[in-house]
Every structure is written in structure tokens, then in C-alpha cells.
Write a protein that binds this ligand. Structure first.
Ligand SMILES: [Zn+2]
Length: 123
């Protein structure tokens, strides 16, 4: 059986949603609540997550769970790097983006790799 890259991407996002769901289930039972009303996620553009694919797998993945009726808010964190050669701080769209000033690939990533549940409201 061969898998197209598109399906592999969705599998990746699906496993991410399952991880988020586990956190939500833990928090809901800890609070003695029934379900999640609102969930706020923080996702960096360099975290390797396709937002489109995440939206695609979400409804199926959360069906009949505490997240089924939850409002999902995603805060997108822009990728930022700092050049190790000239110390320029620049925004990054891709993990392999070079420094726009001196074109070196040596940089530290300041932000954009985030993937976390920032807030959760249970009822
Ligand atoms: Zn530079």
C-alpha cells in the first residue's frame, strides 16, 4: 500500500489533535466538568503543522469527545530567527530560511516552534 504525501501530512496533524485531546480530557476530568467550551492553542509557523490539515482532521478527531462542541481558537506565532553571524533578527517562513542580511544559514530560532494548549474553559 502506498501513501500519498497529502495523507501523511494529515496523519501527522491527526496525531497532534489526539495529543491535544488527551490534555483536554485530563483537564476536564480534573475539574469534574463535562466538556470543553473553549480551547486556545498556540502554534508556531515553524512547528511543522499544516493549519489547513489541522482544521480538516479536527471535526472527525473530536467527535464524541469533550472537545466536540468546543470553540477552537488558534494563536499563530510567527517564526523568528537570530543570525549567528551578524545578529540580525528576522522573520522566518520556513525552518531553512537564511539570514536576509548576510545570507548565512547559521541562526538560532527565537520563536515559531510552539505547540501548546494555552487556555481551556470547561463546563
Ligand atoms: Zn546575518
Amino acid at each position: 500500500m502506498s501513501c500519498s504525501p497529502k495523507i501523511l501530512i494529515k496523519m501527522h496533524e491527526l496525531s497532534i489533535v489526539m495529543g491535544i485531546l488527551k490534555i483536554a480530557e485530563n483537564e476536564t476530568s480534573k475539574a469534574g466538568a463535562k466538556e470543553v467550551e473553549m480551547i486556545e492553542l498556540e502554534i508556531g509557523t515553524l512547528a511543522g503543522i499544516e493549519f489547513e490539515a489541522l482544521d480538516f482532521v479536527w471535526p472527525t478527531a473530536v467527535k464524541n469527545t469533550v472537545l466536540e462542541h468546543a470553540i477552537k481558537n488558534i494563536e499563530v506565532i510567527e517564526g523568528k530567527g537570530k543570525c549567528m553571524e551578524c545578529e540580525e533578527v528576522f522573520s522566518m517562513k520556513h525552518i531553512y530560511d537564511p539570514c536576509p542580511k548576510c545570507h548565512t544559514y547559521l541562526k538560532g530560532i527565537l520563536q515559531g516552534k510552539e505547540l501548546r494548549v494555552k487556555a481551556l474553559t470547561v463546563v
